[in-house]
Design a binder for this molecule. Structure first.
Ligand SMILES: [Zn+2]
Length: 80
């Protein structure tokens, strides 16, 4: 049973290392910083990456994920 617990632990960690930087960089954050975050705290990093607000690609201010226009710099946002 211990082998299975260890296996699940490592799978969660590897998923965190792969997906936390991917989600974060899609939202405009530094992929490298989030890779390190994933490396240290994979399960927390992945939840954090999913919940955090995206950044405006023009002024890097935090914005609502459904916003069509940045409230800070008024740039048009094309969310898909
Ligand atoms: Zn902006």
């Amino acid at each position: 049973m211990e082998i299975i617990t260890n296996l699940i632990f490592w799978i969660v960690w590897i998923v965190g290392i792969i997906f936390a930087p991917r989600i974060a960089s899609n939202k405009g954050y530094s992929g490298f910083a989030w890779f390190l975050y994933g490396l240290l705290l994979a399960p927390i990093a992945i939840v954090h990456a999913l919940l955090m607000s995206p950044l405006c690609p023009y002024c890097t201010e935090k914005i609502n994920r459904n916003a069509k226009r940045c409230p800070h710099c008024t740039s048009e946002l094309n969310n898909t």
